[in-house]
Design a protein around this ligand. Sequence first.
Ligand code: HEM
Length: 130
Amino acid sequence: MQAIKKDIQDRKDIHLLVDSFYNKVNNDTLLSPVFNEKAGVSWEKHLPIMYDFWSTMLLGDKSYRGNPFMKHIPLPINKVHFEKWLSLFLATVDEHFTGETAEEAKTRARNIAGVFQYKLEHIHAGNPQF
Ligand code: HEM
Protein backbone atom coordinates (compact mmCIF):
# COMPACT_ATOMS: atom_id res chain seq x y z
CA MET A 1 0.00 0.00 0.00
CA GLN A 2 1.23 3.49 -0.80
CA ALA A 3 2.01 5.67 2.21
CA ILE A 4 -0.38 8.58 2.71
CA LYS A 5 1.41 11.75 1.72
CA LYS A 6 1.55 14.75 4.01
CA ASP A 7 2.67 18.33 3.61
CA ILE A 8 6.19 19.67 4.12
CA GLN A 9 6.16 20.61 7.80
CA ASP A 10 9.60 20.63 9.37
CA ARG A 11 13.33 20.33 8.73
CA LYS A 12 13.10 16.55 8.64
CA ASP A 13 10.79 16.91 5.63
CA ILE A 14 13.19 19.40 4.03
CA HIS A 15 16.03 16.87 4.41
CA LEU A 16 13.92 14.22 2.68
CA LEU A 17 13.04 16.63 -0.15
CA VAL A 18 16.63 17.79 -0.69
CA ASP A 19 18.23 14.33 -0.35
CA SER A 20 15.73 12.73 -2.74
CA PHE A 21 16.11 15.54 -5.26
CA TYR A 22 19.93 15.42 -5.38
CA ASN A 23 19.76 11.65 -5.55
CA LYS A 24 17.80 12.08 -8.79
CA VAL A 25 20.24 14.76 -9.97
CA ASN A 26 23.17 12.41 -9.35
CA ASN A 27 21.52 9.73 -11.46
CA ASP A 28 20.72 12.09 -14.31
CA THR A 29 23.06 11.92 -17.29
CA LEU A 30 22.53 15.60 -18.21
CA LEU A 31 22.79 17.19 -14.75
CA SER A 32 25.17 14.92 -12.87
CA PRO A 33 28.24 15.95 -14.94
CA VAL A 34 27.47 19.64 -14.32
CA PHE A 35 27.48 19.16 -10.55
CA ASN A 36 30.16 16.50 -10.24
CA GLU A 37 32.56 17.27 -13.09
CA LYS A 38 32.17 20.92 -14.10
CA ALA A 39 31.46 22.36 -10.65
CA GLY A 40 33.18 19.62 -8.62
CA VAL A 41 30.53 19.94 -5.92
CA SER A 42 31.35 18.77 -2.41
CA TRP A 43 28.05 17.15 -1.42
CA GLU A 44 29.00 17.24 2.24
CA LYS A 45 29.04 21.02 2.01
CA HIS A 46 26.32 21.56 -0.59
CA LEU A 47 23.52 19.53 1.00
CA PRO A 48 23.48 21.42 4.35
CA ILE A 49 23.39 24.70 2.38
CA MET A 50 20.39 23.42 0.46
CA TYR A 51 18.64 22.29 3.68
CA ASP A 52 19.02 25.87 4.92
CA PHE A 53 17.94 27.36 1.58
CA TRP A 54 14.71 25.37 1.34
CA SER A 55 13.97 25.74 5.08
CA THR A 56 14.26 29.49 4.64
CA MET A 57 11.97 29.43 1.57
CA LEU A 58 9.32 27.12 3.00
CA LEU A 59 9.54 27.25 6.80
CA GLY A 60 10.75 30.84 7.08
CA ASP A 61 13.52 29.97 9.55
CA LYS A 62 16.06 32.38 7.95
CA SER A 63 18.88 29.82 8.21
CA TYR A 64 20.15 30.56 4.68
CA ARG A 65 22.11 33.69 3.94
CA GLY A 66 23.70 34.06 0.59
CA ASN A 67 23.34 34.95 -3.03
CA PRO A 68 22.32 31.74 -4.80
CA PHE A 69 22.42 33.18 -8.31
CA MET A 70 26.16 34.05 -8.26
CA LYS A 71 27.16 30.40 -7.98
CA HIS A 72 25.41 29.62 -11.26
CA ILE A 73 27.08 32.26 -13.45
CA PRO A 74 30.16 30.15 -14.36
CA LEU A 75 28.12 27.01 -15.07
CA PRO A 76 27.58 25.77 -18.65
CA ILE A 77 23.80 25.54 -18.29
CA ASN A 78 20.90 26.57 -20.50
CA LYS A 79 17.14 26.10 -20.99
CA VAL A 80 17.49 22.32 -21.42
CA HIS A 81 19.30 21.96 -18.07
CA PHE A 82 16.76 24.14 -16.29
CA GLU A 83 13.85 22.16 -17.74
CA LYS A 84 15.43 18.94 -16.50
CA TRP A 85 16.28 20.44 -13.08
CA LEU A 86 12.67 21.63 -12.71
CA SER A 87 11.06 18.38 -13.85
CA LEU A 88 13.16 16.41 -11.32
CA PHE A 89 12.35 18.88 -8.54
CA LEU A 90 8.60 18.86 -9.23
CA ALA A 91 8.59 15.05 -9.43
CA THR A 92 10.44 14.83 -6.08
CA VAL A 93 7.92 17.08 -4.34
CA ASP A 94 4.97 15.13 -5.75
CA GLU A 95 6.53 11.80 -4.88
CA HIS A 96 6.73 12.61 -1.16
CA PHE A 97 4.37 15.44 -0.30
CA THR A 98 0.99 17.01 -0.85
CA GLY A 99 -0.49 20.26 0.46
CA GLU A 100 -0.07 24.00 0.58
CA THR A 101 3.66 24.08 1.36
CA ALA A 102 4.35 21.40 -1.25
CA GLU A 103 2.60 23.64 -3.81
CA GLU A 104 4.63 26.59 -2.54
CA ALA A 105 7.85 24.60 -3.07
CA LYS A 106 6.90 23.94 -6.69
CA THR A 107 5.91 27.55 -7.33
CA ARG A 108 9.16 28.86 -5.80
CA ALA A 109 11.23 26.40 -7.83
CA ARG A 110 9.45 27.37 -11.08
CA ASN A 111 9.89 31.07 -10.39
CA ILE A 112 13.54 30.92 -9.33
CA ALA A 113 14.47 28.59 -12.20
CA GLY A 114 12.76 31.00 -14.61
CA VAL A 115 14.65 34.00 -13.23
CA PHE A 116 18.03 32.17 -13.18
CA GLN A 117 17.54 30.98 -16.76
CA TYR A 118 16.53 34.44 -17.97
CA LYS A 119 19.49 36.15 -16.27
CA LEU A 120 21.98 33.57 -17.50
CA GLU A 121 20.73 33.87 -21.08
CA HIS A 122 21.51 37.59 -20.95
CA ILE A 123 24.88 37.13 -19.29
CA HIS A 124 25.86 34.41 -21.74
CA ALA A 125 24.77 36.62 -24.62
CA GLY A 126 27.36 39.17 -23.52
CA ASN A 127 24.96 41.53 -21.80
CA PRO A 128 25.98 41.39 -18.14
CA GLN A 129 23.58 44.18 -17.20
CA PHE A 130 22.35 42.44 -14.05
C1 HEM B 1 20.22 23.65 -14.32
C2 HEM B 1 19.92 24.03 -13.09
C3 HEM B 1 20.90 24.13 -11.94
C4 HEM B 1 22.17 23.64 -11.81
C5 HEM B 1 22.97 22.79 -12.80
C6 HEM B 1 22.66 24.06 -10.51
C7 HEM B 1 23.91 23.78 -10.00
C8 HEM B 1 24.43 24.32 -8.85
C9 HEM B 1 25.82 24.22 -8.44
C10 HEM B 1 26.91 23.48 -9.20
C11 HEM B 1 25.95 24.91 -7.28
C12 HEM B 1 27.25 25.18 -6.51
C13 HEM B 1 27.49 24.15 -5.48
C14 HEM B 1 28.77 24.43 -4.73
O1 HEM B 1 29.04 25.57 -4.37
O2 HEM B 1 29.52 23.51 -4.49
C15 HEM B 1 24.65 25.42 -6.95
C16 HEM B 1 24.37 26.13 -5.81
C17 HEM B 1 23.10 26.51 -5.43
N1 HEM B 1 21.95 26.37 -6.18
FE1 HEM B 1 21.83 25.58 -8.02
N2 HEM B 1 21.68 24.78 -9.88
C18 HEM B 1 20.60 24.85 -10.72
C19 HEM B 1 19.40 25.49 -10.46
C20 HEM B 1 19.05 26.01 -9.25
C21 HEM B 1 17.74 26.54 -8.91
C22 HEM B 1 16.56 26.64 -9.89
C23 HEM B 1 17.80 26.92 -7.60
C24 HEM B 1 16.72 27.52 -6.72
C25 HEM B 1 15.46 27.14 -6.79
C26 HEM B 1 19.14 26.66 -7.13
C27 HEM B 1 19.60 26.94 -5.86
C28 HEM B 1 20.91 26.88 -5.46
C29 HEM B 1 21.41 27.36 -4.18
C30 HEM B 1 20.58 27.99 -3.06
C31 HEM B 1 22.77 27.13 -4.15
C32 HEM B 1 23.75 27.44 -3.00
C33 HEM B 1 24.37 28.79 -3.19
C34 HEM B 1 25.29 29.09 -2.01
O3 HEM B 1 26.34 28.44 -1.87
O4 HEM B 1 24.93 29.97 -1.22
N3 HEM B 1 19.86 26.11 -8.15
N4 HEM B 1 23.75 25.06 -7.92
